[in-house]
Design a protein around this ligand. Structure first.
Ligand code: URA
Length: 241
């Protein structure tokens, strides 16, 4: 049983803002288990209550999981006084759900970014202890070779002494390479490649665990993850070493 205020519950579903919802509820448009509830503060069981708004049944989900193709030039943050954030790319009903980005991509990095309101999930995805691979496509200015591949696998030590866990480097030719890491230290991939004399020109995240970016989304596009995709995230089939 999960008891919640009715106005909060409807707000978390993205139905309307909290103040709009107070009016909607007071006007008797919301039925809970067949009876009108006109007190926004009324606590109801989010697991078992049948909620109907204007004749339409609403299904409550506590947690929400989305993927976005983050465009370059946008901050991985929930808000910023001067710059556009990934939350600014979402419609109002999703903004109201309390979504936040799972980890960060740099402003100039594009690709797969997860958004959720589930803190435990975010922690599990980000934590190096989970061992979830994040795969990046990088365009670099410089030559990389088999020695660099070996150094990545062994675990790089960056100029400031930062020790990196074992990582994958696959050379694709023409200055392109794939990098996979289980950690997400500050500018990690850029610093790793720069330490091998190959500064990054472009960086795009392609996968997290076994979950691939849906390239059909296009820059700034987003969609809800399916249950199957949430399982794939922690499955890693696509990326086993
Ligand atoms: N590593 C980086 O250097 N930047 C990113 O945005 C992600 C990983």
């Amino acid at each position: 049983m999960a008891m919640m205020r009715l106005d909060k519950l409807l707000c978390d579903m993205g139905i309307a803002s909290r103040s709009e919802l107070r009016q909607i509820i007071r006007s008797g448009r919301v039925l809970v288990d067949g009876a009108a509830v006109t007190a926004p503060e009324k606590r109801i069981d989010s697991d078992s209550s049948r909620i109907v708004l204007d004749g339409r049944e609403l299904i409550y989900k506590r947690f929400h999981y989305y993927m976005m193709d983050k465009p370059s030039g946008v901050l991985s943050a929930t808000e910023d006084s001067r710059q556009r954030t990934v939350l600014d790319l979402l419609p109002a009903e999703l903004k109201r759900m309390g979504l936040f980005p799972v980890g960060r991509l740099d402003k100039d990095t594009s690709g797969l970014l997860l958004l959720t309101n589930d803190g435990d999930f975010a922690h599990r995805v980000i934590s190096p202890k989970s061992g979830i691979w994040k795969l990046y496509l990088a365009k670099v200015d410089g030559e990389l070779d088999a020695e660099d591949v070996r150094a990545f696998k062994e675990g790089l030590i960056l100029a400031d002494g930062t020790k990196c866990l074992s990582a994958g480097l696959e050379l694709l030719g023409r200055g392109n390479c794939l990098v996979k890491v289980t950690e997400g230290k500050y500018h990690q991939v850029k610093r790793m490649l720069a330490s091998r004399g190959a500064p990054v020109l472009e960086l795009r995240r392609l996968t997290i665990g076994g979950l691939e970016l849906d390239e059909k989304l296009g820059p700034g596009g987003f969609r809800e993850l399916q249950d199957r995709e949430l399982d794939m995230l922690f499955g890693q089939d696509a990326l086993e070493n």
